[in-house]
Design a protein around this ligand. Structure first.
Ligand code: LLP
Length: 427
């Protein structure tokens, strides 16, 4: 990975700092995030899509005030999906007009705060929400810019829990059966809403471009129907996030410029065929921006060799800082980073310290046979959906996020303390 290198002694370095020193200074487990890499990925997405498109970073992948400031400086927009993400975005100075609010069940309070703040768009996810947002905006004397999220009916090839455009799931309004067209009819009638476009997100950790292409085609098809029925050309489309990243060397991810070219071509071609002006495009990458920029550093506590099976290497974190292996059967790689070793590789399973057998960080990995307590292990590509999905299971303390840049490291999210845990208990 780009973030972790080796110095002449085989000790891993990140941003010119060696991991042993980082572990001493910040403790383990901890996430280390390469700020330059994060910013470079933001720029790659922006450059790939160009001036006629907007890149909304999906905050659910990982959000903090520092991240919001970097996004702001790099000229990205931000997709938030809860009051908490909205509060963080606003607290760190993201201009409201560059924020989009998502979610399949936004509360009245979340909608009200977003409208009051003046967010650039709210993505409507149901018939009830079309009415709800319209009423709130009218009551506040506003006309809220909105998109309607449609489900285009494609099967994205990814884990069931993170595919979102097939029919039998909770998100969006189906194109099938004229549902989405009905939603547009509805939204166009309501004074509180300014319908600016159509949104489609087909899922996450996707490598195959075909799903995105079908999605783009079907969204433009709906724009054509809307033009034919209402004489209105909706000016924007959003094709969501979902571009996969490499967790192991088996994965072969597409680059932002490839997806930009593929989507741009299809949208232009379909619009030309239908005689539509090309709408402004936006996308919402989360994982592809932040995922590869961070790794988790753990310290080995115990090693158990089970004859004929494998070796269990226990680290000082686990499913509380990375639930993805347990939840999605996600695959990760792992490396011994605090020293070199010439020992034979042995089939290992890196497990955490939590009270269940599903607490697996890396299911199958080859680690040197002399791995021992005190060694440091790095698990790359943990920037997305690890800290943001971290929990306090077993009253563990969620690890810090440390940003590394120009040979300097600084905490951007501090480690939790036992006082943090106890603060919530009443009585
Ligand atoms: N836009 C919308 C509307 C979304 O729902 C999502 C992700 C994204 C954008 C960003 O997708 P990305 O580019 O990051 O794939 N916790 C799961 C992933 C859930 C994704 C949810 N929505 C995981 O750890 O794999």
């Amino acid at each position: 990975s780009r973030t972790v290198r080796r110095n002449a002694d085989g000790v891993a370095t990140v941003g010119g700092l060696d991991v042993t020193a980082l572990a001493e200074e910040f403790g383990t487990p901890a996430y280390f995030l390469d700020e330059d890499d994060f910013r470079a990925r933001c720029r790659a997405w922006k450059d790939a899509f160009g001036a006629d498109a907007d890149v909304f970073y999906a905050g659910k992948a990982f959000l903090s005030r520092a991240i919001v400031r970097w996004l702001n400086e790099e000229g990205l927009h931000l997709d938030v999906c809860s009051g908490g993400e909205l509060a963080t975005a606003l607290a760190a100075g993201m201009p409201a007009e560059r924020i989009a609010l998502h979610g399949n069940n936004k509360s009245t309070e979340e909608i009200t705060r977003a409208v009051e703040a003046g967010v650039g768009r709210i993505v409507l996810d149901s018939f009830q929400e079309i009415v709800r947002v319209a009423h709130i905006a009218e009551r506040l004397g506003r006309r809220q810019r909105v998109q309607i999220r449609v489900t285009v009916g494609v099967e994205a090839h990814t884990h069931e829990f993170i595919a979102t455009a097939h029919e039998d799931q909770k998100f969006g309004i189906a194109l099938a059966g004229g549902q989405a067209a009905e939603a547009v009819r509805h939204a166009l009638k309501l004074d509180g809403l300014e319908l600016i476009g159509i949104h489609s997100h087909i899922g996450s950790q996707i490598f195959d471009m075909a799903g995105f292409e079908v999605s783009a085609r079907r969204v433009v098809q709906l724009l054509t129907e809307v033009r034919d029925e209402h004489g209105v050309e909706l000016p924007e489309i959003d094709l969501g996030g979902g571009l996969g990243i490499a967790y192991t060397s088996d994965d072969d991810p597409r680059e932002p410029h490839e997806i930009a070219a593929a989507l741009g071509d299809i949208v232009r071609r379909e619009c030309a065929a239908a005689g539509l002006a090309v709408p402004r495009l936006s996308v919402e990458p989360g994982r592809a921006i932040v995922g590869p920029t961070a790794f988790t550093l753990y310290e080995v506590g115990t090693v158990k060799e089970l004859e004929g099976l494998r070796t269990y290497v226990s680290v000082d974190g686990g499913m509380s800082d990375n639930i993805r292996t347990a939840l999605y059967d996600a695959e990760y790689s792992v490396a011994l980073v605090s020293r070199t070793s010439d020992a034979e590789p042995m089939l290992s399973r890196v497990v955490g310290k939590h009270c269940e057998s599903g607490d697996i960080v890396v299911r199958d990995a080859f680690l040197p046979a002399d791995v021992a307590p005190g060694d440091l292990l790095a698990v790359p590509a943990t920037g997305a959906y690890c800290r943001s999905m971290a929990s306090n299971y077993n009253h563990s303390l969620r690890p810090p996020v440390v940003a590394v840049r120009d040979g300097a490291a600084r905490v951007i999210v501090r480690r939790e303390t036992e006082e943090d845990l106890l603060r919530l208990d009443v009585g």
